[in-house]
Design a binder for this molecule. Structure first.
Ligand SMILES: NC(=O)c1ccc[n+]([C@@H]2O[C@H](COP(=O)([O-])OP(=O)(O)OC[C@H]3O[C@@H](n4cnc5c(N)ncnc54)[C@H](OP(=O)(O)O)[C@@H]3O)[C@@H](O)[C@H]2O)c1
Length: 316
């Protein structure tokens, strides 16, 4: 397997998981500015190749952890060289480019069969993974009130913003602080979340407000959902929906980042909202943005593309 964009946060997580993966070997890892630099993953030392020198024809499966805008060209090149590809960028996700419609959206718990049959997969965004996994049991049953508004307040650790240094992400700026960003319902992940909601015939608005959390990794999303009808015991619905899923945990405790970091797990709780006139459920989902929200889910999809056990090499 090969990794493009291997020196970034998602790429490094991919390399760290792939060197321990029992069913595969890391054939190459590429970087841009850091080409020629060496990094250690477990007991393996890896020297980053320039992308132009990537032996794309030597990998059956290539993961692209390049920034959006830079990724699609390399996805096409890897595919043309004969590899199957998982693209972690937004370039091929629904709600974006027109040819994205040709590529399955790799929210594995929704699209397992399409992923298995594909040669290129668009891995979901980290926030979108948390929000859509939380909503799926309602979406597939048409339980969200038509014309209502699904409201999401979510927070991410700073690795969600990538490794490029930025003043507003420096330790002294984020430490001890907590603030929203992309105010006004403008975050990039809204497009893919809305596209999935539409594809599942959900006629509700989506309002999404992300926040920056002063931790390295993890996402926690708190989602308020107007219901078409009351749910007697919300947790039963989530438990039934995800009963056979290896990487979704339903809990009657409070989901927390410490339950999910370094794991390929979405941990979800659901509670009926008290004291409101219309039936409303509050769903909370926690994931590690670099694992279930990026590299772990990408390997889950890669395992399916390669005909391997979906859970192989993944930290549950
Ligand atoms: N971080 C997350 O939590 C997360 C979650 C889900 C999905 N993703 C997606 O995964 C992708 C990578 O995210 P990231 O956070 O890991 O980004 P990152 O830390 O900024 O890393 C980007 C990687 O791409 C390389 N690169 C940058 N510009 C390039 C260019 N023009 N041509 C070739 N290589 C280039 C960088 O190499 P050099 O540093 O050597 O230049 C680095 O290896 C993005 O598309 C992102 O949306 C990220």
């Amino acid at each position: 397997m090969g990794v493009l964009g291997a020196s970034g946060y998602a790429g490094r997580e991919l390399c760290a998981l792939l060197v321990r993966h029992p069913g595969t070997e890391l054939a190459f890892a590429c970087a841009n500015e850091q080409r020629g630099a060496t990094a250690r993953f477990g007991d393996r030392s890896v020297t980053f190749l320039a992308h132009d020198d990537a032996p794309l024809d030597r990998a059956q499966l290539v993961f692209s952890a390049l920034p959006h805008g830079a990724s699609k060209r390399w996805v096409d090149a890897a595919h043309a060289a004969g590899a199957k590809v998982v693209d972690l960028s937004a370039d091929l996700r629904p709600g974006g480019a027109r040819d994205a419609a040709l590529v399955p959206y790799g929210l594995t718990e929704l699209a397992r069969d399409e992923v298995r049959a594909a040669s290129v997969v668009a891995n979901p965004g980290c926030y979108a993974t948390a929000v859509l996994l939380a909503l799926l049991p309602l979406l597939v049953r048409g339980l969200i009130a038509p014309g209502g508004c699904v409201s999401v307040a979510a927070a991410s650790g700073v690795t969600g913003a990538g490794i490029t240094p930025r003043q507003d992400l420096m330790f002294a700026e984020v430490s001890g602080d907590y603030r929203p960003y992309a105010l006004g319902n403008t975050h990039r992940h809204l497009a893919e979340m809305r596209a999935v909601m539409r594809a599942l015939d959900c006629d509700a608005d989506l309002v999404f407000t992300p926040h920056l959390l002063p931790v390295a990794r993890g996402i926690l999303a708190t989602i308020t959902v107007p219901l078409a009808e009351p749910l007697a015991n919300p947790l039963d619905l989530w438990r039934a929906h995800y009963a056979s899923e290896p990487f979704v945990e339903i809990t009657d405790h409070v989901p927390a980042l410490r339950d999910v970091v370094h794991r390929n797990i979405a941990r979800i709780a659901a509670h009926a909202a008290a004291g409101v006139r219309h039936p409303t459920v509050i769903v909370v989902a926690a994931i590690d943005n670099l694992v279930k929200g990026a590299a772990g889910q990408a390997i889950q999809n890669g395992n399916l593309l390669a005909g391997l056990d979906e859970a192989m090499g993944l930290p549950a």
